[in-house]
Write a protein that binds this ligand. Structure first.
Ligand SMILES: [Fe+2]
Length: 206
């Protein structure tokens, strides 16, 4: 009996990762900016509904990248927007020049033992979520890693897919993913602070 068989994988979750080199000066400037924020600003991580456990987070109502600072202008113009345009073009199949979107962003700094509880980014009109890694201390997995949870838990329950995907970040890396993709951050043991700028890309609306 002739059999024609194929094994198809349906519905992948598109994640874009870019790594930047020669960013030493940018890293130093952003680290200084974030360390100053940790020392002098109100901590949104202390709010009971925040998923950052311990650590520091800038206020959610503010767009952190919009602050008047040269390093943030460089980061936004040369790192974040090019990555967003690539994702819009490759994944969402739309022309970045014809797609009215804006960015909402916040900074997160974690010390030894701090972590982030599982969450996704459900704010309305969000089409992409992402993280830029300003500074990530070297540590063995899973310390400081970003772990994604399989959005298809039905597949996990019947035993043919892993429940999570561990992502090892590094300084100068940017990662973009769908806003519905659940994720959390493992705690570090080192005393060296881990600094990131997280963001959502939202469709403009009236
Ligand atoms: Fe997140």
């Amino acid at each position: 009996m002739k059999v024609d068989e194929s094994l198809e994988q349906h519905f992948p979750t598109p994640v874009l990762i870019r790594r930047h080199e020669d960013i030493g000066a940018l890293t130093v400037a952003l680290q200084a900016l974030l360390e100053e924020a940790v020392q002098s600003e109100p901590n949104a991580a202390e709010s009971s509904d925040n998923t950052t456990r311990g650590g520091f987070q800038t206020a959610g109502q503010e767009d952190f990248l919009d602050r008047n600072h040269e390093a943030l202008r460089v980061l936004k113009g040369q790192v974040i927007w090019p990555a967003v345009e690539s994702y819009l073009s490759q994944v969402l199949k739309c022309d970045p020049l014809m797609t009215p979107v804006s960015i909402a962003s916040w900074a997160v700094s974690l010390n030894a033992g701090d972590w982030q509880a599982p969450h996704f980014h459900p704010k309305e009109y969000t089409v992409i979520s992402g993280v830029y890694y300003v500074w990530v201390p070297e540590a063995p997995e899973p310390e400081g890693c970003l772990e994604f949870i399989n959005p298809n838990l039905n597949a996990v329950s019947i035993g043919n897919q892993p429940s999570g995907h561990l992502h090892q970040p590094c300084t100068g890396q940017i990662i973009l993913f769908p806003p519905y993709y659940m994720h959390f951050v493992h705690p570090l043991k080192t005393a060296d602070q881990r600094h990131v700028i997280a963001f959502d890309v939202r469709l403009n609306h009236r």
